[in-house]
Design a protein around this ligand. Sequence first.
Ligand SMILES: CCCC/C=C\CC(=O)SCCNC(=O)CCNC(=O)[C@H](O)C(C)(C)COP(=O)(O)OP(=O)(O)OC[C@H]1O[C@@H](n2cnc3c(N)ncnc32)[C@H](O)[C@@H]1OP(=O)(O)O
Length: 301
Amino acid sequence: MALTVGLRPLTRALLRPWARVPGAALGRPAAGSGDGVRCFGSPRVLVEPDPAAVGVAVMKMRNPPVNSLSLEFLTELLISLEKLENDKTFRGIIITSDCPGIFSAGLDLLEMYGRDPAHCAEYWKAVQELWLRVYLSNLVVIGAINGISPAGGCLLSLSCDYRVLANNPKYAIGLNETLLGIIAPFWFKDVLVNTIGHRAAERALQLGFLFPPSDALQVGIVDQVVPEDQVQSTARSVMAQWLAIPDHARQLTKNLVRKPTADRLLQQRDADIQNFVRFISRDSIQKSLHVYLEKLKQKKG
Ligand SMILES: CCCC/C=C\CC(=O)SCCNC(=O)CCNC(=O)[C@H](O)C(C)(C)COP(=O)(O)OP(=O)(O)OC[C@H]1O[C@@H](n2cnc3c(N)ncnc32)[C@H](O)[C@@H]1OP(=O)(O)O
């Protein structure tokens, strides 16, 4: 899949420090790992082969405190995913979090608040890019959702082929954009509609529902809810089932199902960026973000 990234300077800047992280150089055996065992990643994205499953990589997101999807973090995720996609050793990835109780807090509000239009445009391009990369991946992508997953975190989860959520009432998942006074873009909406159906998506989106595990399972925004200590093992068993299907048949079928949705964005990426920049730059939207950020701060104090 040839995707235009437009992130090259940042990508290059990010690649350099990796070489300085012992055992973290992409595609090279890690220090302390056995010969030929690939263990790679970046400061915020830990990627390791699953020791219990051949051809499976576990990608752990580690951008504390809440795995918010900053531009740097998105870029690291993109690079890791691209490397995995190109590494014929791997047929599947399990995406999970290294931040206790939080899968991902979604898009980084500080990338959208008080920023100039050029920054917002670059940021949105990276958000689009991550979605396309995960959604259209040739690999089997399983989400092992071990924490709360609002908005952009939910989109990332919805882009996986299968979602396993830990059964903890704090771990809600959903597209809660309206609660922030912002609007989920059409492609977020499309993915939700594809997953839970039109009527359920209509309610969930307008009301900004964050579904706790039992409701999430009932509405179908996740495929399975399991005790917290079984999330990884369940993801692994599900992966085995998906990997039992010949890759070419599964990949072409995935493409058949997902391409029309992806194409809707691919056909209007620039317009989508411009819409985002126009929308997010409005005074009223900046005020809403300010209020929401203040609420997050006050919650603490
Ligand atoms: C047209 C626009 C389309 C946009 C589409 C998608 C939008 C999004 O994805 S917007 C992001 C939506 N996310 C949320 O609503 C989640 C917000 N966060 C929370 O509810 C809580 O932080 C969370 C439940 C995830 C974790 O709670 P706690 O463990 O109690 O942590 P804190 O709330 O104290 O947060 C720690 C620290 O992180 C900052 N934070 C949290 N979320 C974000 C975020 N999404 N972006 C940037 N920063 C975030 C929070 O403010 C705290 O910062 P400090 O006070 O500086 O420590």
